[in-house]
Each structure stands twice: as structure tokens, then as C-alpha cells.
Design a protein around this ligand. Structure first.
Ligand code: NAP
Length: 489
């Protein structure tokens, strides 16, 4: 299989065949390490893009940025391509790089137990596996958050979460309610407003909206990308600079000129494009732009001003059989209710059982909140590496690039085991705690702590994010600081 002189053969389990699981598999194959299985609970690859099929689902990161570095795609249809196209991209990459034979579909890993320097994997179907290294590519936002609203289950007509869209429900001429005003709700509203009889958007918190239009790529442009990969690379460089310097670096410095520019663009969008002063004030957030995840949409304000759109800012009292009752006593009767109420952002790979060295349980270690050194390695959980784990970079930039940097970093850690330097490697608690203290200190300068409630914040109100620049993340990922790791065996 992967016999290379002097190197130890390792067996791997990759959990999840989404964006980061596919990339991990490809990197393993390319490094000649082909003794691995990818466990995927569903019947197809694609992760978040397989699960989110709601109308209007689009990535708000430009497609030429939101792609694997090793597989640029000249055929993107739009600057921000729709979800099903992104899903097809992942499927085609998995095909092109022969990942599928390694994937065990329709089987969910239920437990990982570390014993005698091996991870013992158990799956829902009853399969067991014994591996040296686990790569948890389980994604960030995949456990739907059902709102705790009285009477939620009493609603009789169709009701579903945005990530579990029921395509059998006909929206034509229907009275549709949408709860939530995050990126998802905003995309849904713009996509369905012209189809439905009425749309009631239940807004608990107003959102700042950055208006970026979404032009399509002409056939000529796609052809020129195909013929001239250098042009595609330049397009990538352009968006990369724009999103890292103009956005990722802005949000971690609340006083930066870039942050000011974003705020001004959002205010201008609201002032210029919402015409009724009363509606404008109801849509005006009382916190700074990008404190919550910034929403990108050039169509939302137009949509919410259409005659069949109703912005409901009165709080929800309860949900009844036929609609949503607001605190002013009004019943908003509906034929369909969409819960665009986000995800449980701190779940990560839970509820999977993970037991580390000496039986230490991840559920205990993470009882208060999840943590991992550089979002990758957890003390006492040797040879277990997370991709896009807790406190990593999140925001309006490419999580694919984050995952690729992390995978290359993990491969360097794996090399310490392959080269027989050790049998077990995990971050030390001291390294994790020291980094976390610095991360929390740096958080004070970010826009996320300027006075809003968001899924970025943990139970203490501390951003559960990478709180430095993206360049710093790249630097840290380039080469592991082995002084932060404990080697055993
Ligand atoms: P979200 O940003 O967490 O928004 C959830 C919405 O539901 C918020 O408006 C929230 O109000 C509301 N809500 C939650 N519980 C409620 C309750 N009990 N009563 C009333 N309202 C309630 O979720 P999301 O829109 O699904 O987006 C999640 C993340 O997914 C985004 O931030 C982004 O990272 C990602 N996403 C990305 C794209 C993309 O284009 N790349 C598209 C969609 C989603 P409050 O604000 O008051 O809490």
C-alpha cells in the first residue's frame, strides 16, 4: 500500500466527505498514504452544499476564491455561484481524484476510542475499524438550531428548517413566513418573493447588508479561463487580496480604515435603497456592521420593499396551528413556515463519542465549550486532528483555503509519526491555554465584541474565532511549532 523505506505505514479514518474531507483524502492519496477510509453519514459527498438546498442558496465568497488551490475551475457560472453548482464541483473533484472508492457512504461514525496507540472506530452500521490517525472533517454549521418558541410543534401546515428544505411543498401563491434574518433568510427572501402570495419576515435583529452584485461569467470569459489558467490565477489573487485585506483583516481591527469603509457602504446601502423612512428605521441595526456575520446581498432591500413582503419586527409570542402570534396580539396566518434560525455552532463533531488517552471523554473536556490548539489538536487526544475546528478563522472568506492550510499542517504532524519520531502526538494543554489567552486578549480589538449577539460568540461573549489577521494564520499554519506538542512512544 504505502510502503516507503524507513517510514511507518499508517491507517487513517477521515470523518466526513464534505469540502475538507475530500481535500484530506486527496492529500493522503498524493502523499502515497492510501490506507484510509472516509466515513460519510449521507449517500453523497458535499457536506453543507449537499444539505442546504433552499431557494437562493449561494456562496457569498467569490467562486474563484472558494475552490481548491489544486483544482481551479474555469466554468463557474457566477461571481458567487449557487449551491448546487458548488455541490457538483465537489462531486467532480472527488471523481477526478478517485476519492469515491475510499468513501463508505451511509455510515456514520458513532465513537472513536483511543487505546494502545490506536483509534478504535465504531459506526452506526456496526462496523469497527482500527486506525492510527483520525481526521475529523465534520464541518462547523450542520446541526440545525430549532428556535425555542412556544407552540412550535403545533403549527399544522408545512414547516421546516432552511437546511432541511422540503421541496415537495409548493410555494406558488402561498403565504410564507420566514423566521430569522441571517445570510440564509436573506437569500431565501430574495429568491421566493416573486413566487409567493405574501412573505412575512420575522426579524428579531436587523442586519447590515453589503450590496455586492452577482454578475454571471459569459461563455467568452469561461473560455478565456480555460485557455489561460494564468488569467484564472489573477482572478483568484484579486479576490483573495480583496477578501483577506478588505474583510478578514478588517473585522479583527474594529478601528481599521477597511472596517470604516465596510460600515459606510452598509449605511449608504440602507439610506439609498430603502425608501420608506419608517421601514428604513426598522431595518437599521443598532450595532456595528460585521459585528454579526456580514450579509452580502444586492437584492434583499428591493425584495423586502415589494408589496407582498411584510417585515414583522414585533416579537413572536408563540406559534399556533395556523400561524405566528406576535406580542401585539396579531396572528400572522401562514401556509408554510421556514425556520432560517441558524445552527448550533458549538456542536462540531458532537454527539459522536470521542474518548482519548486514559479514557478522558471529549464531552467532559468540552463540557463548558469546545477548544483545540489552533483549532486542530486537543490535548490527550493524540493523533486526532480536526479541520475547521473550534476557534479557527470564520468569516466572509474561503473556508476551503483554511482547510487546505490546516491539512498541510496536519500532514507535517503526521510525518512525525511516520518518520518514527513518536507514536502519539497531541498539543500540550499549556500550549492550548497560552494561545487561547492571547486569542481572547486579541478579541477585544475585533468588531465582533462591539456590542451584538451572534453565533460567533461563546457562552462568555468571547468570539470563538481566530482573532488575528489571515496572514498570521497562514504563517502559523506553514510549519508546526513542535514545542507546542507532546510526543509519546
Ligand atoms: P444565523 O446567521 O445564525 O441567523 C439565524 C437567524 O435566526 C437570526 O436572524 C436569529 O436572530 C434568528 N433566530 C434564531 N432563533 C430565533 C428565535 N427563537 N426567534 C426569532 N429569531 C430567531 O443563521 P443562517 O442565516 O443560517 O447563517 C448561518 C451561517 O451560515 C452564516 O453566518 C454563514 O456563516 C453561513 N451561511 C453562509 C452563506 C454563504 O453564502 N456563504 C449562506 C447562508 C449561510 P438573532 O440575530 O436575533 O439571533
Amino acid at each position: 500500500m504505502n510502503d516507503q523505506p524507513g517510514l511507518r505505514n499508517l491507517r487513517f479514518a477521515i470523518i466526513g466527505a464534505g469540502m475538507s474531507g475530500i481535500a484530506s483524502a486527496i492529500k493522503l492519496i498524493e502523499s502515497g498514504q492510501t490506507d484510509f477510509t472516509v466515513y460519510e453519514k449521507a449517500d453523497r459527498v458535499g457536506g453543507t452544499w449537499r444539505e442546504n438546498t433552499y431557494p437562493g442558496v449561494t456562496c457569498d465568497v467569490p467562486s474563484h476564491l472558494y475552490r481548491y488551490a489544486f483544482s481551479p475551475n474555469p466554468n463557474w457560472s457566477h461571481m458567487f455561484s449557487p449551491g448546487d453548482e458548488i455541490e457538483r464541483y465537489f462531486e467532480s473533484v472527488a471523481n477526478d481524484y478517485d476519492v469515491n472508492p475510499y468513501i463508505r457512504f451511509n455510515d456514520e461514525v458513532t465513537s472513536c476510542v483511543f487505546k494502545n496507540a490506536k483509534w478504535h472506530i465504531a459506526t452506526r452500521s456496526g462496523l469497527s475499524d482500527e486506525v492510527d490517525v483520525v481526521i475529523a472533517a465534520t464541518g462547523v454549521l450542520h446541526h440545525p438550531n430549532y428556535p425555542e418558541i412556544d407552540g412550535l410543534r403545533s403549527f399544522k401546515p408545512p414547516m421546516f428548517h432552511s437546511a432541511q428544505w422540503d421541496h415537495s411543498v409548493d410555494l406558488d401563491d402561498a403565504r410564507v413566513g420566514v423566521i430569522g434574518t441571517g445570510s440564509t433568510a436573506v437569500q431565501i427572501v430574495s429568491a421566493i418573493i416573486d413566487q409567493v402570495r405574501s412573505l412575512s419576515l420575522f426579524q428579531r435583529t436587523a442586519q447590515w447588508i453589503l450590496p455586492i452584485s452577482n454578475p454571471d461569467y459569459s461563455e467568452e470569459e469561461k473560455e478565456s479561463f480555460r485557455k489561460n489558467p494564468e488569467r484564472m490565477r489573477e482572478t483568484y489573487e484579486f479576490f483573495s487580496k480583496m477578501f483577506t485585506e478588505g474583510f478578514a483583516d478588517a473585522v479583527v481591527d474594529a478601528d481599521s480604515p477597511q472596517m470604516k469603509a465596510i460600515e459606510e457602504a452598509c449605511v449608504r446601502n440602507l439610506e439609498d435603497n430603502v425608501h420608506d423612512p419608517e421601514l428604513r428605521e426598522r431595518l437599521r441595526p443598532d450595532y456595528r456592521a460585521a459585528c454579526k456575520r456580514l450579509i452580502v446581498s444586492a437584492s434583499f432591500y428591493d425584495s423586502i420593499q415589494k408589496p407582498n413582503a411584510h417585515l414583522v419586527t414585533e416579537g413572536i409570542e408563540r406559534i399556533e396551528e395556523s400561524g405566528v402570534r406576535t406580542r401585539d396580539g396579531q396572528l400572522h396566518e401562514l401556509d408554510v413556515l421556514v425556520l432560517a434560525t441558524g445552527f448550533k455552532a458549538d456542536a462540531f463533531m458532537r454527539p459522536m463519542k470521542v474518548s482519548g488517552r486514559d479514557g478522558v471523554e471529549l464531552s467532559d473536556v468540552w463540557a463548558k465549550r469546545p477548544n483545540a490548539y489552533l483549532s486542530i489538536s486537543i490535548p490527550d487526544f493524540p493523533n486526532f486532528f480536526m479541520l475547521n475546528g473550534p476557534n479557527g478563522p470564520v468569516g466572509n472568506f474561503s473556508l476551503i483555503e483554511v482547510a487546505e492550510l490546516q491539512i498541510d499542517y496536519v500532514m507535517q504532524l503526521v510525518d512525525t509519526i511516520r518518520s518514527r519520531r513518536c507514536r502519539e502526538i497531541s498539543a500540550t494543554k499549556e500550549a492550548m491555554d497560552t494561545l487561547d489567552a492571547a486569542r481572547i486578549e486579541a478579541a477585544k480589538q475585533t468588531v465582533w465584541t462591539t456590542g451584538c449577539h451572534s453565533w460567533y460568540l461563546d457562552d462568555r461573549g468571547v468570539p470563538a474565532n481566530w482573532t488575528w489577521t489571515f496572514e498570521r494564520f497562514r504563517e502559523v499554519m506553514a510549519k508546526p511549532d513542535l514545542g507546542a506538542y507532546e510526543f509519546v512512544g
